[in-house]
Design a binder for this molecule. Structure first.
Ligand SMILES: Nc1ncnc2c1ncn2[C@@H]1O[C@H](COP(=O)(O)OP(=O)(O)O)[C@@H](O)[C@H]1O
Ligand SMILES: [Mg+2]
Length: 453
């Protein structure tokens, strides 16, 4: 998206490189020599033919510096089309033929107001220009309706550019907000995750050390065995220290027996398991911190749920919260997995935060219903007060202390779910618990009809 070149929002004053469209009528003023009251009709007709007046529909009539009316080409044409029109009317003073109701506007009138007044005042077909005066009503020149239209169009185009710029900025900061909300909720999880990574890391290190010791013993054993074998295979007299070499060999054999070596392979299996666990955790973390917000792909929602559960698990464990996972077989759906992850993480995080007793339980279910996949997250936490429930999806609505809540989680979840063509609903009873239901169209965004119900 093109960044907006304007440094400030005070856009109305300057918009390089495009010149700002005029705000008032002065830029549209066409100085026009006015007719006097008594100018004969025939002379006016000749004046009208003058090349200087080509763009004008009418000529103004001015008396003592003030406009009194206008005469249009159209009116003159009607006179001259009459049989003997020129002979009958040619010498009459123009003021007799004039439209005295011509629209007169002070030059300081904003273009928008002028457009409105023209629309109200000028009749169809347009046969006349309007007259411009200074603030005191003194005649200045003519204004042309088409000029006003063009100026309005230019102003609208500029307004549109400004709006587009503002929209781009809002959109950019919204994306930033979404990202920082995600980072904030991840931040809360990270401490526990570090712990989760540390546990397998600890036994992986332990296992590697034990393996190294066992290997050192085995190496010694092989060395001692060779020393004995060498002496025996030498052919000559057995060396004097043979009994000593054999004693060493026997002693080493008690340390490194077949069972110990067999254990080693178990240790290595454990180690591999630990490394896999660490790898998975890091993989989940990566899923959650990814920036490719909007990429859509086929994803197994149950798998996403497991990933999200994995991330919040330590918090749940630490608080003794039981997790009941009851997922139904469901086909993979088209979605942006990173975004669905964000929704799940927030629902689970909220559920955990709502539980203030030690019999905590969170039930996560999926269910296929018609063309929808339902994800239900239910807790037996403190519930939501009836007066709050209407506001929980509002951005920045939070009942949590600073540092614990941003108030953005559900607003973002709502937006993400809607972008997926789904819905998110809540039911809650204070003191009993809360249930969120997310319904996603099985066929991806824009399929299940009534998704907007
Ligand atoms: N499972 C829930 N139980 C009770 N209250 C909830 C639950 N989920 C959300 N809420 C309420 O909705 C508010 C908004 O949630 P959210 O948008 O995620 O922001 P945050 O969690 O940062 O406060 C929370 O502050 C809380 O009052
Ligand atoms: Mg939240």
């Amino acid at each position: 998206m093109a960044s907006n070149p304007r440094p400030s929002s005070d856009a109305a004053t300057a918009e390089p490189p495009q010149a700002a469209p005029p705000r008032g009528l002065s830029a549209l003023l066409r100085p026009t020599a006015a007719l006097g009251l008594d100018t004969p009709v025939a002379a006016v007709a000749d004046r009208m033919l003058d090349a200087r007046h080509e763009g004008l529909l009418s000529l103004p009539i001015v008396h003592e510096g003030r406009p009194v009316g206008a005469i249009s080409r159209y009116a003159l044409m009607r006179i001259f089309l009459m049989p003997y029109g020129r002979e009958i009317f040619g010498r009459r003073p123009i003021v007799e033929m004039a439209n005295r109701e011509v629209l007169v506007l002070p030059v300081a009138t904003p273009i928008q107001d002028a457009a409105r007044l023209i629309a109200e005042h000028v009749q169809s077909p347009i046969t006349e220009d309007f007259i411009l005066t200074d603030a005191d009503g003194v005649y200045l020149g003519t204004g042309v309706v088409l000029d006003v239209l063009r100026a309005m169009d230019a102003r609208l185009a500029q307004r549109n550019r400004e709006l587009q710029g503002a929209y781009d900025r809002v959109r950019a900061s919204q994306l930033q907000l979404i990202q920082s909300e995600k980072m904030a909720s991840l931040g809360q999880m990270v401490a526990g995750l570090v712990h989760e990574i540390n546990t397998p890391l600890g036994y992986v290190r332990n296992n590697v050390e034990m393996t190294r010791e066992a290997l050192a013993d085995a190496t010694d054993l092989v060395g001692a065995g060779e020393a004995v074998l060498g002496a025996l295979l030498d052919g000559g007299e057995p060396p004097a220290d043979l009994p000593a070499r054999m004693a060493t060999l026997a002693e080493l054999r008690t340390r490194v027996d077949a069972a110990a070596l067999a254990d080693l392979s178990g240790l290595l299996d454990d180690t591999l398991h630990g490394l896999t666990q660490i790898g998975e955790l890091i993989g989940h973390l990566k899923d959650f911190s990814r920036l490719d917000q909007a990429r859509t792909q086929k994803a197994d929602v149950n798998h996403l749920i497991d990933g999200a559960l994995r991330i919040v698990q330590h918090i749940l464990n630490r608080r003794g919260i039981e997790v009941v996972r009851a997922v139904a077989e469901a086909p993979p759906i088209d979605c942006a997995p990173a975004q669905i992850n964000q929704v799940l993480l927030n629902l689970l995080g909220n559920a955990a935060q709502a539980i203030e007793h030690d019999r905590g339980r969170i039930i996560v279910r999926t269910q296929v219903l018609g063309e929808r996949l339902l994800i239900l997250v239910e807790d037996n936490g403190k519930g939501i007060a009836p007066e709050d429930i209407k506001r929980i999806f509002d951005p920045f609505f939070t009942t949590k202390p600073v540092g614990q809540g941003t108030g953005l989680g559900l607003a973002i979840a709502h937006q993400i779910v809607e972008q997926h063509g789904g819905l998110i609903r809540v039911a809650s009873r204070p003191g009993v618990g809360t249930r969120f239901v997310v319904a996603l169209p099985l066929g991806g965004p824009g399929t299940a009809d009534g998704a907007r119900a």
